[in-house]
Design a protein around this ligand. Structure first.
Ligand code: SF4
Length: 657
């Protein structure tokens, strides 16, 4: 079953496509990127005369999205809600299991319409299974909205109110320009009144069809002006529990907001950015719906950083971002950027901007490099990396948890789940470890998975000696650690859970130290330590720091890790179709729902190596098959190529991106 949302690991290519239904539009947004579409001096002439694309073609593109492994797509135009077949498109995508987000000014959603069976388009779209909306909220005052877009704020607000009433959660978008820049805080406050979990600010840049850069000058604000109001607006939104993206600005000009910034360098690694070929101008392009052939780990080739030289309006230029050999760079870097350690992740400036404003706003970063493809602060800011997959997904809760993690209480109860199958000869040692913890708010649940050795006698002895601290559970042999652990957790009452196999050992302060570490890292829900291998070998395994992007390819967490009970509850327990790898599968699924881990760099866990263990007997000889099943279990979290390999029974090749 598809989870209602997923966490997109930052270094993986986006799994979102764009469906362009045609550039026809009746609005008059001052900043519109498709202005001057047909070369006419009349800004909107081209869009008024554009046509919508044929519905049957659009269905084929949606089918191609599915075949290309996309999980989501944005519906754009023009104004896509005017497309006569929008309802059927949404229904078709929902039936295919692809989520959709309609980008709209929201003017027609609550008006009476003639294409569906309900009175309003919004009702029909909801019935068809629409997943999400992205409202273009460029102003929240009627006169200003009209002036900037030609539409009505009250009409958009009516659509938002209708969604709010139903508990439907969605997203919004403000293009930042001269006409609204001072009103960003006011817009932010209005966003908080609605059921919005993510907001984008797009810094207006003059490109696309703005052939004459002078046409943009009245519309564009300076970055200095934008930064001032953006800082206030972002603070309001985040304090209110809304995740914020800011698109397309040079890094230093929005200093302090680096975590929010999505530039052209890392844009293909952004979960909501588009990764398919799309051609606005052709009615039936054959390439639509195919994945862009971008090599993982590289930026879009149109924005490759290259050396440059020359002058631009008296400013010396040293580097540019552009297609190799392109006569016109998309972005340029003045000489004042020469020493900047943010250059690898910085967009640079649009040539038209340099010509108008020079390089006076440029201020270098010094010190360590700020990142590679994505800024380091951006990677640490997890809130905007959650992608809605189901109409009723509670995105506000997951975003709030990421923005304002709540520390655990001062004295949480911990349940240690000890599972045993014919390890009677080891059992006393593991029970002594569990019961001998320095943390006293603790219970031990011993699950005997139908042992045929002396396990029941040892268990009965311990149950008699520790009547208040040990619960004994005996079950028919399941042969499945997942089933034994699930039954143990279900029986337990602790706020925190630690699983321990009966042949392994833990140090006495493990629980106390892990609880303290978790409290110090409230953004984590799981804590793990390093391990000592003993038995057939004797060495220390230094665990890797938690990294979800690599965890999905290779496990770096011991099964014996302390985690919050809500992780197990929201995942529905350990899966039973990956015997011996159920813990790895569990950690991956947990990360996919935003339950991340932290590593305590101490050795608290002792892992017994012996030939009878499940790893030696089951996992090692069958690893390719186990990994394939893990990919299938967590398909939304893996690159489409890996999912395709898993589905078609090929060897699954771990790959980033
Ligand atoms: S590269 Fe230049 S424009 Fe970008 S952050 Fe550094 S100094 Fe600013």
């Amino acid at each position: 079953m598809t989870a209602p949302y997923y966490y997109h690991a930052p270094y993986y290519l986006s799994r979102t496509a764009v469906l362009d239904v045609g550039l026809k539009c009746v609005h008059s947004c001052k900043f519109c990127y498709y202005s001057y579409l047909d070369g006419s001096d009349d800004q909107f002439h081209g869009m008024r005369h554009a046509k919508f694309r044929d519905g049957a073609d659009l269905h084929r593109v949606v089918d191609q999205f599915k075949a290309s492994g996309f999980l989501n797509f944005d519906v754009t135009g023009g104004e896509p809600t005017l497309h006569p077949e929008i309802i059927e498109l949404v229904r078709h995508a929902s039936e295919l299991g692809i989520s959709q987000r309609i980008i709209t000014l929201g003017q027609f959603l609550t008006k009476k319409h003639k294409h569906g069976k309900h009175e309003t388009l919004l009702e029909d779209l909801l019935e068809a299974g629409v997943t999400n909306f992205l409202f273009s909220t460029h102003a929240v005052e009627e006169e200003m909205f009209q002036r900037l877009t030609g539409g009505s704020w009250l009409a958009q607000k009516a659509a938002m109110d209708a969604l709010d009433e139903q508990g439907f959660q969605y997203t919004s978008n403000t293009t930042v320009m001269a006409g609204n820049v001072k009103h960003l805080p006011e817009i932010a406050r209005e966003i908080l009144r609605h059921n919005i979990y993510l907001h984008n600010f797009i810094c207006m840049n003059a490109y696309h069809y703005w052939s004459n850069s002078g046409q943009a000058l009245d519309v564009q604000a300076t970055y200095t002006e934008m930064a001032h109001y953006l800082r206030e607006a972002v603070a309001i939104l985040e304090e209110g529990g809304v995740a914020v993206n800011i698109r397309y600005a040079p890094h230093c000009m929005l200093a302090g907001l680096e975590k929010n910034l999505v530039g052209v360098v890392g844009v293909r690694y952004d979960p909501y950015e588009w990764m398919n070929a799309v051609n606005h101008m052709s009615p039936t392009p054959t390439s639509d719906g195919l994945r862009l052939g971008l090599q993982a780990g590289t930026c879009d080739p149109s924005f490759t950083l290259v050396k440059a030289s020359g002058q631009m309006a008296g400013v010396e230029i040293i580097a540019a971002r552009s297609l190799p050999n392109s006569p016109e760079p998309s972005k340029v870097f003045p000489a004042s950027c020469a020493q900047c350690t943010a250059m690898p992740v910085c967009d640079g400036l649009a040539p038209s901007y340099v010509k108008e404003h020079g390089d006076r706003e440029v201020v270098c970063y010094v010190g360590p490099k700020r990142g590679d493809l994505l800024d380091n602060d951006r990677i640490a800011y997890k809130a905007p990396f959650f992608v809605k997959r189901s109409p009723d997904a509670d995105m506000k809760s997951v975003v709030a948890r990421a923005l304002k993690p709540q520390p655990i209480g001062p004295k949480p109860k911990v349940s240690i789940i000890v599972t045993c199958y014919n390890y009677g000869h080891f059992l006393s040692q593991s029970l002594d470890c569990a019961l001998g913890q320095t943390w006293d708010n603790l219970e031990v649940v011993l699950v005997d998975d139908g042992s045929t050795d002396n396990t029941p006698e040892i268990a009965a002895d311990y149950a008699a000696r520790y009547p208040d601290r040990l619960v004994y559970l005996r079950q028919e042999n399941s042969g499945q650690p997942a089933i034994a652990r699930n039954n143990g957790v279900a029986k337990s009452t602790g706020e925190l859970i630690l699983c321990l196999d009966a042949d392994d050992l833990i140090e006495p302060p493990m629980v106390e130290e892990c609880v303290g570490w978790l409290r110090k890292h409230p953004d984590a829900s799981i804590v793990y330590s390093c391990a000592h291998n003993f038995g057939a070998r004797d060495d220390i395994h230094v665990s890797q720091d938690y990294n979800f992007a690599t965890l999905i390819l290779k496990n770096h967490m011991p099964y014996c890790s302390l985690y919050k009970r809500e992780v197990w509850e929201n995942l529905g327990g350990y899966r039973t179709n990956v015997r011996g790898c159920e813990d790895w599968d569990f950690w991956i699924a947990a990360g996919g729902l935003g339950y991340f881990a932290t590593m305590i760099p101490r050795v608290f866990f002792h892992y017994r190596n012996h030939g009878e263990g499940l790893y030696a007997q089951e996992v090692k000889p069958n690893f390719p098959e186990k990994f394939r099943q893990i990919v299938l279990n967590n398909a939304d979290l893996y690159p489409p190529q890996m999912v395709h390999q898993a589905r078609t029974g090929q060897p699954v090749t771990p790959m980033m991106g």
